[in-house]
Structures are given as C-alpha cells and as structure tokens.
Ligand binder design. Structure first.
Ligand SMILES: [Zn+2]
Length: 430
C-alpha cells in the first residue's frame, strides 16, 4: 500500500479511521450475532445410542473446579440412584464450586454420597467448566482414595466433533479438507473408544495425545457444515479376520513430503497406514513448519525427562550418546524411527524415535518431527535439518488442504492418505 503524507489512495487518515470503526462495529454485530445463534442451537443427538457417545477426560485428578450452567439442570447421584434438581431459578449463571469434602463430591455445598455424579443440563445442553463451554453432560468420578476427582464430558459424536474439527484445522480451509478432517476425527474417536474405552472411565483425552477438543469455543458455521455433510460417516478397511472395520485414522499437521508407516511410530499395522508420498503440504504449511533448522536441549534436561518417563533407563546413568538405528528413507530426506540411548554406565537401550521426541519436548512445538539429524554438541543435544510437523502417520492435514485447493474431493483426499480404505455410514440423521 502506498502511503502519501497520511493519506491512503486519497483518503484522509481520519476518514480511514471512521471507516475502520464502522467495519469493526458491523463485524461485532454480524460475528457476535452469529456466535449467539450458534450457542443457542440445541445440542443434536442427545437421544443417540450409547455406543455413539464419547467420554472426554476434561480434568484429571483435581480437587476442585468451577461449574456454571445457563439452563436448569438435573444432577444424578449415581450410587444413591436418585436425581436431585439444582440451579433452578436464581442459581442459573452463578459460578458454583465443585469440591471434595470428607471424601465426598460436593457441588455448591451439597454433598453427594455416590462415587459418580452426572450433571445433566436441559436444552441447549451446554455447561461451563473453569470458563469453557461444553455440550452434553458432565460426569464427576471420585478417585479411589476419595481425595480428588476426574471430570468427564459425556457428549454425542457430532457435537464432540464440533469441538475438534475447528481446533484441529483452520475453519476457513476448503470444505472438502474440513469434511476429510471430520471423517478422520469421527473414525479415530470411535476406534479409540472401542479399543480402550472399556478398560477405563473415559475414551479420549482433550489434548493432542488423542485429538484436540476445545468444546463450544472451537465451533463455527463452517465446521458444523462439514460435520453435518458427513453425518455418521467413518472409514473402514479390511482387517485380519476378513471383516471391514474402523481403524485408527491418525493424522498430523505436516508430513514433510512422505507420510510414515504406523508400525514405526505407534507399533500397529493397518493397510491404509503404510505411508504415501505427499507433494501437497509444502505449498500450504508455514515455511517454519515445513523446514525447521534446529532445536537444542540441555543434556541434563534430556536425561531427566527420559529417566522420569522410562524408569528402566535409571540403570544406564546419564545419557551420553543418542544415535539413529533405523530410519525410513524417502530420497533426499529420511525419518528417524528407532534410536539407541547409551548411558554413562555403558548400558544401551532402544526407543522409538517418536517416543524420544515427545519425551524431550512433550508439546512437540520445538522438536517438530523425527525428520532430522541428531548431533552431540558439548552440553546439548541438537536436532538439525528438521522437516515437517507432527508424527507423520495417516492424513497430512496441510496436504489435505493442498489437495482440496487443487479441486480434489473429500473421498479422493481420504483415499489418497488412507489407501485401501472406504467410507461407510454407521448412523443416520435422527
Ligand atoms: Zn504432507
């Protein structure tokens, strides 16, 4: 833009400011209004079968939280098997403390005798915990020693996805990429629920350890559209028994040029997860995500984190050497898959490179991928010539957007990143 003595293309600065203020005011009305309508819309699928509800661990082992609801609600004390209505009338919108008192869950001073308490808001079925809105119900589970509790959001699949798709992918991306993200996220959560849910009181975490879930604040008209247009659709592939079933549809931000075989990263094998060349993410990813020159970590810090996470390494002493043992080679770059750790006591151990990455940098924001070289520099470990962002298994999210920009359909994107899979619908509109 050419600026000439306070005028932009012949418009005075004051005029420009008035115009900008007007646009901002309109934006507040339009966007604010849309957000209100979005929040007021009641939560779908509240009557769907239990197998299509997701249990999301919101708070793990806490002693207190703050609950707020914008509608009347019921509270079910599970052990006593009775429903106690609360927050009717004047209590709506009032922040209420959830605490532990004498080994029992208490809500606003009222003591519940059961080990589990379910908070069930009326339509639009939204509650607020520690400042964030979520859809569905809230289950509080008292831990075995009665000193803390877990908070689990019970939410049907589609409203769960509404809190995931916008958190995992920018909502202004191409509709076919958003639909691919919705189908991958739906399949992934149902797979994790099926595989692990029966062994614990929740199905998925709300973090990137599974997939990021931010509740209502992640919702937008675009993400709801992608979810509704793919309602009930999941990916299946032929499995060892000959049947077609869902599989863990992993995905990550930027593969760096080739996706990775799941068996090298997560240790599981599925035909659609063997890895494919990806020429699509380079033009979409931020340059600093596609190529990252270096990440350095103090050696004592690295040893401390490794020994804390893997107590068996304690016999090794200080980690004095980390070397690549196996890698997947893709022409001009390769991804580390297995590393050897040598300790000051002379013992060596092997670790998957992805496990090393997330132990050293649990956020994954600095040590962005395992496409890199490990260099030993004095008191630091340096990871050089980095490429890509994330574990690299399954759909490359930036690649999905790259394909969508080239006019590829949702089906073409998913068939490309999960070869041998197909889309089926497991439930219909209510
Ligand atoms: Zn890619």
């Amino acid at each position: 833009m050419r600026l000439v003595r306070g005028r932009v293309f012949g418009v005075s600065r004051a005029e420009l400011l008035r115009w900008a203020a007007g646009v901002f005011f309109l934006w507040v009305i339009v966007v604010g209004g849309c957000r209100e309508r979005e929040l007021a819309r009641t939560t779908p699928q509240m009557g769907i079968k239990p197998e299509f509800w997701v249990r999301v661990l919101l708070l793990d082992d806490v002693k207190t939280c703050v609950l707020k609801v914008s509608s009347s609600l019921a509270i079910l004390d599970v052990e006593a098997n009775r429903t106690v209505p609360m927050y009717r009338g004047g209590q709506v919108g009032v922040p209420t403390a959830v605490e532990i008192s004498a080994g029992k869950i208490t809500i606003g001073g009222r003591i519940f005798s059961g080990g589990e308490v379910i908070i069930w808001p009326d339509a639009p079925h939204i509650f607020n915990v520690n400042g964030d809105d979520y859809r569905g119900k809230l289950k509080l589970i008292l831990n075995s020693d009665g000193s803390s509790f877990d908070a689990v959001n019970l939410v049907p699949v589609e409203p769960y996805l509404a809190g995931v798709v916008g958190a995992e992918m920018p909502d202004y991306w191409e509709p076919s990429a958003l639909r691919a993200q919705a189908i991958a996220a739906r399949t992934y959560c149902l797979y994790i629920k099926k595989r692990f849910g029966s062994k614990r009181g929740w199905d998925v975490k709300r973090t990137a350890a599974n997939q990021v879930y931010l509740g209502v604040k992640a919702e937008s008209a675009q993400t709801w559209k992608a979810i509704n247009q793919t309602h009930g659709e999941v990916l299946v592939c032929r499995q060892s028994g000959g049947t077609e079933e869902i599989f863990p549809t992993y995905y990550s931000s930027t593969c760096g040029g080739h996706t990775e075989d799941s068996k090298h990263v997560f240790g599981d094998s599925f035909e659609p997860l063997v890895g494919v060349r990806c020429p699509y993410c380079r033009d979409v990813a931020k340059p600093s995500f596609f190529f990252w020159p270096t990440a350095q970590f103090d050696k004592t810090e690295v040893t401390g984190r490794l020994l804390e996470k893997y107590p068996k390494l304690k016999a090794s002493g200080e980690i004095t050497n980390i070397t690549s043992v196996k890698q997947s080679s893709y022409g001009d770059f390769s991804r580390l898959t297995l590393v050897k750790l040598v300790g000051s006591a002379g013992k060596s151990n092997f670790l998957r490179a992805e496990d090393l990455r997330l132990t050293i940098d649990p956020s994954g924001n600095r040590l962005k991928s395992t496409i890199c070289q490990i260099i030993n520099i004095d008191d630091k470990w340096a990871f050089l010539a980095g490429r890509g962002y994330g574990h690299g298994v399954g759909m490359c999210q930036c690649g999905a957007q790259g394909m969508a920009r080239k006019g590829k359909t949702t089906n073409e994107i998913l068939s490309y990143y999960y070869p041998g899979s197909k889309i089926i619908r497991v439930y219909r509109d209510e």
